[in-house]
Design a protein around this ligand. Structure first.
Ligand code: PLP
Length: 426
């Protein structure tokens, strides 16, 4: 059946030894295959990445770094991690790389630990204007341990407000400026961030968690030449395993490595490091550049189609893989929370998201965030984007009509069936 062809013979073993878990894993595979995955921070990894993740490296302790481990038996782990490091340095043109962070949040916290003292002042983009929790939210360790000041986007154009950032920088003299976004649809040119950081003598950190795949594929400017440190997740547009990575100038190498281990993590997840290495190799292939550019083309096409359906796009559109959709002009009563629930019923997976200066709470919101990395991996192109926009609009227009929502769900399943992920047949 599906299990043998997709997961391989080991999955049959799991089916026998733990049918409960095996059954849920198959349900999740089916969910990923039959629903539209529009969460901007998700993707489908290659089967090669999944194979590395499911490897025996998970058994090994490897505290330390290649050639400098605390435990014996790391000859193979050293080779894997050294390959991951050299590949990612080549991919982004970086002087130094640490591939051990367990996640994007862990990568960011390690950078702060390595380059700041508790209480130091930092500038970051506010959460409700598209920043990330780890950029100084009061409920996150970043905001608890460091003195973050938030910049935002301009009210008309909804673009990064560099004038406000410069004013804040001159007033507060931050030790570091954090650039980077979670739900901001526009290109982040590194030059204006660098100019302000230099003017006030601040370190510049770029968090390209969302953009890493676009940068790697040449579909977005690369901040590595400008920034002291660049962090990212490996599982979003970069299409690797769930995990984090830190790139830095050579001068920060020692501080960063010490902050990751022993500063904030224990034993590295070397099976994940192996899977990162596989993903970096895939991203070095010229075909990945075609993929990255197609993600952006698809996002532009989807944004245009959603505008035609009566939605408002925050900032008027997108330059990246994601868009933030303001639902209010389409239907003033339809909150992001309701939209997420209804679309889930219709087999369309996305997340509610605040729009800039949203009058509704982050649990309710007036918008949704939509991304094209996953559907692009499936092979969808500009031709499918108006179809997706109309399916979204149809489900939301008939959100009180269960039969109509179910009808959308079958259309979604039919569309997904034309673009199979993890095909059953090898
Ligand atoms: N930084 C940014 C900009 C992000 O968007 C995210 C994830 O959404 C993170 C950091 C955190 O990554 P993780 O969820 O792997 O901790």
């Amino acid at each position: 059946g599906m299990s043998e062809t997709f997961y391989g013979p080991d999955f049959n073993l799991l089916t026998q030894q733990d049918p409960d878990i095996a059954a849920v894993l198959l349900s999740e595979l089916k969910r990923q295959q039959t629903n539209l995955q529009l969460i901007a921070s998700e993707n489908f990894t290659s089967r090669a990445v999944l194979a590395a993740l499911g490897s025996t490296l998970s058994n090994k302790y490897a505290e330390g770094y290649p050639g400098k481990r605390y435990y014996g038996g790391n000859v193979n782990v050293d080779e894997i991690e050294a390959l991951a490091i050299s590949r990612v340095k080549q991919l982004f043109g970086a002087e130094h790389a640490n591939v051990q962070p367990h996640s994007g949040a862990s990568a960011n916290m390690a950078v702060y630990l390595g380059l700041l003292n508790p209480g130091d002042t930092v500038l970051g983009l506010s959460l409700d204007h598209g920043g990330h929790l780890t950029h100084g939210s009061p409920v996150n360790a970043s905001g608890i341990l460091y003195n973050f000041k938030s910049y935002g986007v301009t009210s008309g154009e909804e673009r990064i407000d560099f004038e406000q950032m410069r004013d804040l920088a001159l007033e507060h003299r931050p030790k570091m400026i954090v650039a980077g976004t979670t739900s901001y649809p526009r290109r982040l040119d590194p030059e204006p961030f660098k100019a302000i950081a230099d003017e006030v003598g601040a370190l510049l950190m770029f968090d390209i968690a969302h953009l890493a795949g676009l940068v790697a594929g040449g579909a977005h400017p690369n901040p590595v030449p400008y920034a002291d440190v660049v962090t990212f997740t490996t599982h979003k547009t970069l299409r690797g395993p769930r995990g984090g990575c830190i790139l830095s100038k050579a001068v920060h190498a020692q501080a960063i490595d010490k902050a990751v281990f022993p500063g904030s993590q224990g034993g590295p997840l070397e099976h994940a490091v192996a899977a990162k290495a596989v993903a970096f190799r895939e991203a070095l292939d010229p075909s990945f550049s075609v993929y990255a550019h197609q993600i952006v083309k698809n996002a532009s096409a989807l944004a245009a189609a959603l505008t035609k359906e009566g939605f408002r796009l925050v900032s008027g559109g997108t330059d990246t893989h994601l868009m933030v959709v303001d639902l209010r002009p389409f239907d003033a009563e339809c909150t992001g929370k309701v939209a997420q629930l209804v679309l889930d019923e219709a087999g369309i997976t996305l997340n509610k998201n605040t729009v800039p200066d949203d009058p509704r709470s982050p649990f309710v919101t007036s918008g949704v965030r939509i991304g094209t990395p996953s559907v692009t991996t499936q092979g969808m192109t500009e031709a499918e984007m108006p179809v997706i926009a109309s399916l979204i609009a149809e489900a939301l227009r008939h959100r009180d009509d269960a039969a109509a929502v179910a009808a959308v769900k079958s259309k979604v399943a039919a569309l997904c069936a034309k673009f199979p992920v993890y095909p059953h047949k090898l």
